[in-house]
Design a protein around this ligand. Structure first.
Ligand code: C5P
Length: 246
């Protein structure tokens, strides 16, 4: 069988979550981690505080950017937001799969068209399925009488049908989702904790090498790197753990 899996973005599967509103702190982390991680994840906290200029500044360090904006609105508005994001050239951008088929299709179309218009690569679109902070009771409260992992399967299928590139998924689901969605659907996995790190508030975690063995394409690692006494050393140890297991 021909394996036409697209080449990996970044020199390593590790995207470090820079969860800060501070441009200086983000610059410092980007400087320290260049050469040691595959990319950086910037979220709403940073984007709302620093805007597109902040994203451009951090992208200037040369690492691929995962812009975790979790877009969710009517199709026309999300398409517009995607068009506004494309010139920033993030490698990855998130949208909520629960925004529905039309919204997802509009996002995919907008990413393709805007990338062509600007002559830049299009961002890989990743669907957010069920936030891991929601349990059965929370889903019931919002009218979704389904257990979270059924809802993840359903929304993942919708994302794949709408031609998104992949989904963000919990570490414990990677194995199942890899068999369900096949080898070409990107699985971006947070909730990663090396054996030597504390778990913080993440309840169900996998070590980097375990998540890769289960079928992850990319790993989101935040505090084990950013809150380490020596972030460079932490990133290096994760790279070594991955190399040992490869
Ligand atoms: O510090 P830590 O490694 O827990 O960082 C995890 C990052 O991944 C944070 O930016 C968090 O918002 C994000 N995330 C998560 N769990 C999910 C989805 C995203 O922890 N299910």
């Amino acid at each position: 069988m021909i394996n036409n899996k697209p080449p990996r973005i970044g020199d390593s599967p590790v995207f470090c979550a820079i969860d800060t509103a501070s441009l200086d702190a983000a610059h410092q982390m980007a400087t320290e981690l260049t050469g040691l991680v595959g990319g950086l994840k910037l979220g709403l906290e940073f984007f709302i505080a620093q805007g597109p200029e902040g994203v451009r500044a951090i992208a200037g360090h040369g690492l691929p950017i995962f812009l975790d904006l979790k877009l969710h609105d009517i199709p026309n508005t999300v398409a517009g937001a995607v068009r506004s994001v494309v010139p920033l050239q993030p490698a990855f951008l998130t949208v909520h799969a629960s925004g529905g088929r039309a919204m997802l299709e509009a996002a995919v179309r907008a990413a393709r068209e805007a990338a062509e218009d600007h002559g830049v690569p299009r961002p890989r679109l990743l669907g957010v399925t069920v936030l891991t902070s929601l349990n059965d009771g929370d889903l019931h409260d919002i009218g979704q009488d389904s257990v979270p992992h059924h809802q993840v399967d359903r929304l993942g299928t919708l994302a794949q049908d709408a031609h998104l590139d992949g989904i963000v998924c919990a570490a414990e689901e990677v194995n199942h989702l890899r068999s369900r969605f096949g080898p070409h659907f990107i699985l971006m996995v947070p909730g990663i904790r090396p054996a030597w790190a504390t778990t913080d508030d993440q309840k169900r975690v996998l070590a980097p090498e375990q998540a890769m063995a289960a079928g992850a394409d990319y790993l989101v690692v935040g505090r084990p790197i950013t809150r380490a006494t020596d972030p460079r050393d932490a990133a290096r140890r994760i790279a070594q753990d991955l190399a040992k297991a490869a």
